[in-house]
Design a protein around this ligand. Structure first.
Ligand code: ATP
Length: 268
């Protein structure tokens, strides 16, 4: 990766948490460079520190040691260029889907653009995830998959340079999850976004990512291995199922998780 391609940089990062029993070292010695437009999946056993690393890139936490950069600027807090999608979608239940997205659009573009333009941006983002018809519904009136799509629309509506996703499909049934993965592949291809996604799902990581960053078990988790997924795009899940390259990548991740980092907790 050449120097100009180091869009997100994680340099010598350590993250420790204060606990009742003293300082808990969650992450240690994390070095990672992510290129603009790259899709990176973070995978590892439960509790190894995936969310902690994502939160650091999001600027929701500051590292105990080391530094994180986005476009050569130190990450010192959250910013509209780095939008986050959480597993629980975190929509405001009293607002319509449209207004949930509008709120984010207004925060980012409200100072410079008129109301009609902001509404157009909101409508475009909902259309991008196939929810043009559901704008007036409240989160309580739509399915889990639709809520997650609103969360993605809200993130995309900010035109972020980076999409940070923490197990965005983890709470969904397998079919809905597959559909949203396919939609995400299309959206990312269209928007050329840089994506960092935390997942427990080996197939999801291989289907979506350009590189899979595998974290070792904690405490003091570090990057155990990075796998380049050399599958051409567009990727079609039905064709991939029997592709030897797909199966090779899948096996490499499974070997890492179950042989080298054997652990009994949940990994799909
Ligand atoms: N605020 C905190 N205070 C104390 N310990 C924390 C805090 N946040 C995370 N930890 C600990 O740091 C470690 C890493 O947590 P993290 O949530 O990043 O793991 P994860 O890989 O995302 O887990 P999961 O896959 O189960 O979501 C865990 O042992 C967790 O208990």
């Amino acid at each position: 990766m050449n120097a100009g391609n180091r869009f997100i940089e994680v340099q010598g990062v350590e993250q420790s948490f204060k606990t009742a029993k003293g300082l808990f070292p969650a992450l240690r010695g994390i070095d990672l460079a992510i290129a603009r437009g790259e899709f990176v999946a973070l995978i590892g056993h439960s509790g190894c520190g995936k969310s902690s690393l994502l939160n650091l890139i999001a600027g929701l936490a500051t590292p105990t040691r080391g530094v994180l950069l986005c476009a050569n600027k130190e990450i010192r807090g959250p910013g509209p260029e780095r939008a986050v999608v959480f597993q629980n979608h975190s929509l405001l239940p009293w607002l319509s889907c449209f207004d949930n997205v509008y709120l984010a659009v207004e925060r980012v573009f409200g100072a410079k653009e008129d109301r009609a333009r902001l509404r157009q941006r909101t409508a475009d983002a909902l259309a991008l995830v196939g929810l043009a018809h559901a704008g007036q519904k409240r989160p309580g009136e739509i399915s889990g998959g639709m809520k997650q799509r609103v969360g993605i629309a809200r993130a995309l509506s900010m035109e972020p340079q980076v999409l940070l996703m923490d197990e965005p499909f983890g709470a969904l049934d397998a079919l809905t999850r597959a559909r949203l993965q396919d939609e995400l592949l299309e959206i990312v291809a269209r928007t050329q976004s840089t994506v960092v996604m935390v997942t427990h799902d080996v197939d999801e990581a291989v289907l979506l990512a350009d590189r899979i960053v595998m974290l070792s078990n904690g405490p003091a988790a570090t990057i155990g291995e990075i796998l380049c997924v050399d599958l051409p795009r567009p990727r079609l899940r039905v064709e991939l199922a029997e592709d030897p390259r797909y199966l090779r990548c899948r096996k490499a991740v499974i070997d890492f998780l179950y042989t080298r980092q054997a652990h009994v907790e949940r990994v799909d």
